[in-house]
Design a protein around this ligand. Sequence first.
Ligand code: ATR
Length: 286
Amino acid sequence: MSQPAPRAFVIGWPIAHSRSPLIHTYWLKQLGLAGAYEKIAVVPEGLALFLADFPQLGFVGGNVTLPHKEAAFAQCAQTTPVAEALQAVNTLWTEGGKLCGDNTDVAGFLACLDANAWGWGEACEKAVVLGAGGAARAIVAALISRGVPEITIVNRSEARGEELVALAKRIDPAQKIALSDYASLHHELAKADLLVNTTSLGMQNQPPLIVDLARLPSHAVVADIVYVPLETDLLKAARARGLKASSGLGMLLYQAVPGFERWFGVRPEVTPELYELVARDIRGET
Ligand code: ATR
């Protein structure tokens, strides 16, 4: 008897603006695979039931987005070491009837940076990370995994910054990591090889991110996780200075790769055509 075509989901609340269906549906079509990827709105009170029921609903697994990443982690029977470190998952599947979870934001960020600034890691003695929320946790874990010797967190709330420093120390007690503030940012940038914005500043309908990149060394790399707009003022300023820049949309595309491979059995590629497809959607051109 033939198996039904695999179906995967993305769950979140709200979920209307998720670009994940566009990405996975493109890959299914490009690779000529039978399968489906569906957007499902799940309210926080409905999460436990959905996670228990999705195999019976015919799903092989799926993505988890805000605000469910931590609650879904708590419900997993098995998680990868990276999900364990972050206490959050964005990718789910089942094995032997057990709920399993991974966090592919870390691999997505690194793959994107590798694609945009190949070799960045060898030259990176110090990284400055703006923000200390959920996205910053993934970025810091990624930098530690690549052995970046020194990390400085710059955050508005000191308490949240301290929590991120503590998380980094749990991952690697020997990691050199410090907390700073926006008033001292220009000093920090003078020695930074990599600057990453993980805050919502610079996003459409959010306050601007005001950072003077003049002090950054000329070999520095600048990454932004914001992808609406596609090219933030931070990335524009970096390119204007001739620095390498890594976009938030790239990270979104690369974080989708491991999930697709797990559910549909083929490792897909992030192509310029896919980037343009999603970019057109973000620009409202589709
Ligand atoms: P995510 O999980 O997507 O990272 P988040 O947890 O809400 O989102 O974190 C957003 C980050 O943007 C935080 O570091 C936040 O700083 P605080 O920890 O001080 O709240 C930062 N952020 C948001 N608005 C900001 C603003 N106006 N100025 C400075 N930082 C801001």
